[in-house]
Design a protein around this ligand. Structure first.
Ligand code: TYM
Length: 321
């Protein structure tokens, strides 16, 4: 099974990215053919500063590698190092009804928030379809916020295939109910744009500050509390196995557990969970040439796979003449 997904290098990565997508990808590489990339073209829709985009790209790559993505077991590259994706985007644009894009929540939400709509933002899902279809991705692990974009990719693939035969693989989304939407500090979806994230690889002080900002209700310490309504619990459980989760649940229900105490425990848990990866991350970022070499090798492998599918696409569409 070919598993494929990407992540934007737009600022620091957070627990939503980690549990919603990165951890799953890292687990998949043991038994599947894994394709994973840093979506820097997509990030251009929100990061206009060139320096920030370049730095963010290397940092996102270092984060993924430090957390366990193995470039020898997978194909790991930066989106813009495989320019065929732009060619396929154009081809697919001709199989993308305007209405399909006009219905996209992510586009509509951004416009509603006052972001000036441009063509990049509008065509974002077509580029995303090209990302997947260019490599024949069969299974695409994503969080729930990307579900509609996956449906768009499927629709485009089906439309292309209806015209040209079974050329493109129609991808399946891989969205786990349990972690479909990781909540942020305020209980809304964890997202950089809501400023409610717990970020990966923070300094201890900054991490503690984020955890302490988790919104809780005013129930007194001695009273029993409902774990299912508690933002701290909803984040904490990501780090626990079933038995540990049950034990924490009991402590909530018994009363006597203060939110301050459980936040301190969560802070220590997050810190200790990511600490072993921090050193590897520093090493990777300390030798950027080496990091670029890893990415260049990944891009070469990715281009090999892309060229096979593009050859068929060019032939079918008449671009090869
Ligand atoms: P991006 O960079 O916003 O997020 C990367 C991944 O993290 C997931 N995620 C979450 N999952 C659960 N709970 C949350 N609070 C949460 N926040 C983020 C996202 O769902 C995503 O899977 N468009 C994509 C990047 C992309 C892509 C692709 C993905 C570009 N091309 C092709 C798959 C296939 C995005 O913006 O992800």
């Amino acid at each position: 099974m070919r598993v494929l997904s990407g992540i934007q290098p737009s600022g620091s990565l957070h627990l939503g990215n980690y549990f919603g997508m990165m951890k799953k990808m890292i687990d998949y590489q043991q038994h599947h053919e894994l394709f994973c990339f840093i979506a820097n073209y997509h990030a251009m829709t929100s990061v206009p500063d060139g320096k920030a985009l370049a730095t963010g790209t290397l940092e996102a790559a270092a984060n993924f590698l430090a957390l366990g993505l193995d470039p020898d077991k997978s194909v790991f590259w930066v989106q813009s190092d495989v320019p065929e994706v732009q060619e396929l985007t154009w081809v697919l644009s001709n199989f993308t009804p305007m209405g399909l894009l006009e219905r996209c929540h992510s586009y509509k939400d951004k416009v509603a928030k006052g972001i000036a709509p441009n063509h990049g933002l509008f065509a974002y899902p077509v580029l995303m379809a090209a990302d997947i279809l260019l490599f024949g991705g069969e299974l695409v692990p994503v969080g729930k916020d990307q579900k509609q974009h996956l449906e768009v990719a499927r629709d485009i693939a089906i439309k292309f295939n209806n015209e040209h035969g079974e050329v493109l693989v129609v991808p399946e989304p891989d969205i786990d109910d349990e972690i479909a939407t990781i909540p942020g500090l305020d209980g809304q979806k964890m997202s950089k744009s809501y400023k409610n994230t717990i970020d990966l690889f923070l300094e201890e002080k900054a991490l503690r500050k984020q955890v302490m900002r988790i919104v809780t209700d005013p129930t007194p310490v001695e009273d029993p509390k409902d774990p299912d309504k508690c933002n701290v619990f909803q984040i904490y459980r990501l780090f626990l196995d079933k038995q540990q989760e049950q034990a924490l649940r009991q402590r909530y229900l018994a009363g006597g557990l203060g939110y301050g105490e459980v936040k301190q425990e969560l802070f220590e848990t997050v810190r200790d969970f990511f600490a072993p990866f921090a050193q590897r991350r520093e090493e990777l970022l300390g030798d950027k040439d080496q990091l670029r070499a890893i990415l260049a090798e990944g891009a070469q492998k990715a281009r090999g796979a892309a060229s096979k599918i593009m050859r068929k696409v060019r032939k079918k569409t008449g671009l090869a003449y």
